[in-house]
Design a protein around this ligand. Structure first.
Ligand code: SF4
Length: 178
C-alpha cells in the first residue's frame, strides 16, 4: 500500500524532522501512473521531469514505509500524514455530500481494527471535512503546477515540486529553470 501525501503532510514532516526539500526527497517517491491508474488516484497526478506521477511516502524493498521503525512503530507519529491519521477511514465529497467509508483492505493491514476507542459521528465528520479541505487545496496547487509545466514556464523537477509545496505555491520563476 502506498501512503499518498499532500502539501500539508510534507510541511508537517519537514518541520518535525527539520528537513529542507532535498531532505524530504529522500523520504518520498513519485510513483508512476500506469494505464487507467488515474481513475483510482486519491491525490491528483503531478507532471514531473520523470513523467506523470503521484506523490507518496517512500516504500522500502520489503514494502514497508520508510518511517516504520525496527520495533514496528511509526518514527514520525506526531507528524504522520493525514491518510495514516484517518486510517482505516476514507472520505469523499460527492455532489456536496461528505461520504465516509472504511478502506477495503483495512482488515489486511490493521490488526487494531475494532479494538480502539470508539469514534463518534461528529469526530468523523470533523476529520472528513478537514481531509477534504486539505485535498482540495492540494488539488489546486497541483493544477497550478501542471499548468505551469504544460506551458513550459517551469522545469518540473521533483525537487522544485517539493519546494513549491513547502512554499504553498510560491515559485520564483526566475530560478525555476536552474
Ligand atoms: S503511520 Fe507512520 S510508519 Fe505507518 S505508514 Fe504512516 S508514516 Fe509510515
Amino acid at each position: 500500500m502506498i501512503v499518498t501525501i499532500t502539501h500539508i503532510d510534507i510541511s508537517r514532516i519537514a518541520s518535525h524532522l527539520n528537513l529542507d526539500a532535498q531532505g524530504i526527497l529522500k523520504h518520498v517517491a513519485f510513483y508512476q501512473v500506469v494505464g487507467r491508474g488515474y481513475e483510482k488516484l486519491v491525490t491528483p497526478p503531478v507532471t514531473t521531469t520523470r513523467g506523470i506521477a503521484y506523490l507518496g511516502l517512500l516504500k522500502l524493498q520489503d514494502g514497508s514505509c520508510i518511517f516504520l521503525s525496527k520495533d514496528n512503530k511509526c518514527s514520525i507519529y506526531p507528524a504522520r500524514p493525514s491518510s495514516c491519521r484517518n486510517f482505516p477511514f476514507t472520505f469523499q465529497l460527492k455532489n456536496r455530500w461528505l461520504y465516509q467509508g472504511i478502506s477495503v483492505r483495512a482488515k489486511e493491514y490493521c490488526k487494531g481494527l475494532g479494538k480502539g476507542r470508539k469514534i463518534s459521528e461528529k469526530e468523523l465528520e470533523k476529520q472528513g471535512i478537514k481531509t477534504i479541505k486539505e485535498l482540495k487545496e492540494y488539488e489546486n496547487l497541483v493544477s497550478k503546477w501542471n499548468d505551469l509545466a504544460l506551458k513550459g514556464q517551469i522545469n518540473p523537477t521533483p525537487q522544485l515540486f517539493i519546494e513549491y509545496l513547502l512554499s504553498r505555491g510560491f515559485l520564483n520563476l526566475s530560478f525555476s529553470f536552474l
